[in-house]
Design a protein around this ligand. Structure first.
Ligand code: G1P
Length: 297
């Protein structure tokens, strides 16, 4: 890639999954709409995009996901009702949700895998770099993981994916990267060059314990890789398999990002996110802390 890297304006949020890890809560509502404290999961992810300078969000939905579109739509009746009761701050809060960025929606008609969900967004993304954020992973904090990846893309012109260390026994839950230092003399030891990736390997076969977190910054060339990717693990078109091709053909970085992620699509991960984000809450965080102390568990 000889051209100057373009500004990253777009993000794809795959949200077509069935949420089977969270049944029965997700039987009739999208897992992306499960609230952590006072916001649905997908709003945390949208706010991470906004804080990372992205202004165009493409959400890949499926059947039964209408609540997501409604959440980011305007709600004149609700706003009017809140104003008439003098609850102007709440009315503004509701109004602002739909005006953070431009939203577009497209549908994944069949559950053919994460790679396929990203490919469905090809026409809406066009020929420019874009971020991918998985909706069940939330990474709160002052320095968004996506922004860290944007900075790498904009300085190197190459794709980058966020990784973090996981216990070796858990490699079978994640995409795992095989890496080498990007530049041994570089001060930024968090930046690694990807040699290969493997989706959900057994611990004995895992090339490292660095797991793909669910934040990706990809050049448009990845669509060509996705089109050539055959069904892999679980019979699905895996994003990880397309990234193997991208790493070989164009180069790809792994970034051991600064921050802490919660897998809120998992019941225990969701509880941890709720407790830790609840503790940070300005309105009742201190009272909640007292309550947890009293429990003496
Ligand atoms: C997906 C990806 C995997 C990644 C994980 C992060 O798996 O396929 O590579 O490590 O998200 O949460 P899923 O959790 O959707 O099975």
């Amino acid at each position: 890639m000889s051209e100057k890297p373009r500004r990253v304006r777009k993000a794809v949020l795959p949200a077509a999954g069935l949420g089977t890890r969270f049944l029965p809560a997700t039987k009739a509502q999208p897992k992306e709409m499960l609230p952590v404290v006072d916001k649905p999961l997908i709003q945390y992810v949208v706010e991470e995009c906004v804080a990372s300078g992205i202004d165009n969000i493409i959400i890949v939905t499926g059947r039964g996901k209408n609540a997501i579109e409604d959440h980011f739509d305007s709600s004149p009746e609700l706003e009017h009702f809140l104003q008439s009761k003098g609850k102007c701050e709440l009315a503004k809060l509701v109004h602002d949700i739909g005006n953070m960025v431009t939203f577009s929606y497209t549908r994944q008609k069949e559950p053919l895998g994460l790679g396929h969900a990203v490919l469905v967004a090809k026409e809406l993304v066009g020929n420019e770099p874009f971020a991918v954020l998985l909706g069940d992973v939330i990474i709160p904090g002052p320095r968004p993981a996506t922004q860290q990846l944007v900075e790498i893309y904009e300085s190197t012109g190459k794709g980058a994916i966020a990784v973090e260390e996981v216990p070796r026994a858990k490699t079978g839950l994640y995409g795992i990267v095989d890496v080498e230092p990007s530049n041994p003399s570089s001060a930024n030891s968090r930046l690694l060059k990807i040699r290969d990736l493997v989706e959900k390997p057994n611990p004995a076969d895992a090339p490292s314990n660095l797991a793909v977190t669910g934040r990706y910054l990809l050049p448009p060339e990845v669509f060509d890789c996705l089109e050539r990717t055959k069904p892999g693990r679980g019979g699905e078109i895996q994003l990880t398999d397309a990234l193997r091709l991208l790493a070989q053909e164009s180069g790809l970085y792994a970034y051991n990002y600064e921050g802490k992620s919660y897998d809120a699509g998992d019941k225990l991960g969701f509880l941890k996110a709720t407790v830790e984000i609840g503790l940070e809450n300005k309105e009742f965080g201190n009272e909640f802390r007292e309550y947890l102390r009293e429990l003496k568990v």
